[in-house]
Design a protein around this ligand. Structure first.
Ligand code: AMP
Ligand code: ZN
Length: 457
């Protein structure tokens, strides 16, 4: 079955053709590890995860590289302002290195909670300084660089193809956009190497042919994707905000250094919004997975919510929508617990429809509706349905293998607590009822009050 994806580069839905038969080289721009990832950021990684799982379900062998930005991402968009890692360091009273390590671990934990498959390799910018320097040297040799008092810059006017991805040329950008020009020659020029400020020692800095300093944000992705996936690889992913600047600049660096097209396919996920606007740290309207947990949401409910929207549509986040997603997930679990264990044959027609949906530019809303169609089917034996649902879950990643055909076993102890709690409630003894509820929760169950009394999940 053919796979079709929307390619930002060509602005078309295209058939996917791998560079090497049966293999996919996939690069995802990873987090800047100066703070917790918010659930908007996590949407971008959920998208990449669904993409990767789709290839795997189609039998491809995927090499998935994700970078960890632990240096060089500045607060300002125009290569000005402090390094975000140094900002984190001052905020938390730790070294920049400790900050990077702490928030990398937090990111990996969040990924695991969302059942995002680990990348084949996570690559840190700070572990690839020589590769980045070598690439800047290649750019220098090919005549694409110039020096200012604060660093080495890429001269975007020298590259004919600059601006094709984001659809913006330097001249167009000039109108109406405020850019910190400094000594830059063109508004779209960007830093490849920044010098450490005079008289100041940065926590993260390295020697280079141009002087002590640190790499610009964009060069790490060109250098590391080349190292691990080659000078042209299959697919590059990120959020839509990467298109106009970060990805345009990555393409320019690889073109300038090696005269190659960095990646054939460029795929971008849309924003998670709040009240119609972007969820972002600077607007102070963000949630982390821990914030959601405090409100009683489990991470996989967020995964379910994200699957319900196409990755190229904005998704407006509300707690009501997340409640609905969590309820749907709980309902699904309680139904499939009663099913027979997976048999030897599944439901071919459903599996074909499912593959057709995800292979068509990752139509996960359609994939989820097939889940409910399968659940509602009255003809098929549940052992066939179980097998097919597990097939679906290789992409959905809702950890349904933990529940399919596994009826909930409530230990005698918990049953006794439920009984005692119902008795307390009949007597309107709310204090005892609450204590007993907490005891039930401590056994790993969630508690619901229903007209028939206490129910647990
Ligand atoms: P950063 O750590 O800032 O480099 O961002 C990590 C990823 O999150 C990038 O792929 C961004 O495009 C993406 N991103 C940032 N904000 C949002 C948002 N509100 N919704 C979806 N993706 C986002
Ligand atoms: Zn990148």
């Amino acid at each position: 079955m053919n796979l079709h994806f929307y390619n930002t580069r060509t602005r078309q839905r295209q058939v996917f053709e791998p560079i090497k038969a049966g293999r996919v080289g996939l690069y995802t721009c990873g987090p800047t590890v100066y703070w917790f990832a918010h659930i908007g950021n996590l949407r971008a990684y959920l998208f990449a995860d669904v993409l990767r799982r789709t290839f795997e379900l189609n039998g491809f062998d995927v090499t998935h590289i994700m970078n960890i930005t632990d240096v060089g991402h500045l607060v300002g968009d125009g290569d000005e302002g402090e390094d975000k890692l140094e900002v984190g360091s001052k905020r938390d009273g730790k070294t920049a290195w400790e900050i990077a390590e702490f928030y990398t671990q937090a990111f990996l934990k969040d990924s695991e909670r969302l059942n995002i498959l680990p990348a084949t390799k996570y690559t840190n910018a700070t572990d690839h300084i020589p590769e980045q320097i070598a690439m800047i040297e290649a750019l220098e040799k090919n005549g694409y660089t110039y020096k200012t008092s604060d660093g080495i810059y890429f001269d975007t006017s020298k590259l004919e193809s600059y601006g094709r991805l984001g659809g913006q040329k330097a001249e167009e950008k000039e109108a109406g956009v405020r850019v910190e020009m400094g000594e830059k020659k063109n508004t779209t020029d960007f830093a490849l190497w920044k010098f450490s400020p005079k008289g100041e020692q940065r926590q993260m800095e390295w020697d280079s042919p141009w002087g002590i300093g640190f790499p610009g944000w964009h060069i790490e992705c060109s250098a590391m994707s080349t190292k691990y996936l080659g000078r042209t690889f299959d697919i590059h992913t990120g959020g839509v905000d990467h298109i106009a600047v970060h990805h345009e600049n990555e393409l320019a660096q690889t073109r300038g250094a090696y005269d190659t097209l960095q990646a054939n396919f460029w795929m971008h996920s849309e924003f998670l919004t709040v009240d119609g606007g972007k969820m972002s740290k600077s607007l102070g309207n963000l949630f982390t997975l821990d914030d959601l947990a405090q409100k009683g949401f489990e991470p996989l409910a967020y995964r379910y919510l994200v699957l319900g929207a196409h990755y190229r549509s904005k998704l407006n986040f509300t707690c009501e929508a997340l409640w609905a997603a969590q309820n749907a997930l709980h309902r699904l679990r309680s139904i499939v617990r009663e099913w027979d264990k997976p048999g030897d044959v599944g439901c071919a027609e459903f599996e074909n429809d499912f593959l057709a949906a995800v292979n068509d530019d990752l139509n996960t809303p359609q994939a989820l509706s097939l889940v409910w169609k399968l659940v509602d089917d009255k003809e098929l034996p549940t052992k066939a349905k179980s097998r097919t649902l597990l097939f679906f879950d290789r992409i959905l990643g809702l950890r349904l293998d933990d529940v399919i055909g596994k009826p909930l076993i409530i230990p005698a102890e918990v049953q006794a607590l439920i009984k005692a709690r119902d008795a307390a409630r009949t007597k309107k003894d709310w204090k005892t009822s609450d204590t007993l509820r907490d005891e039930i929760i401590s056994h790993g169950f969630s508690v619901m009050d229903t007209p028939e009394g206490t129910k647990v999940r």
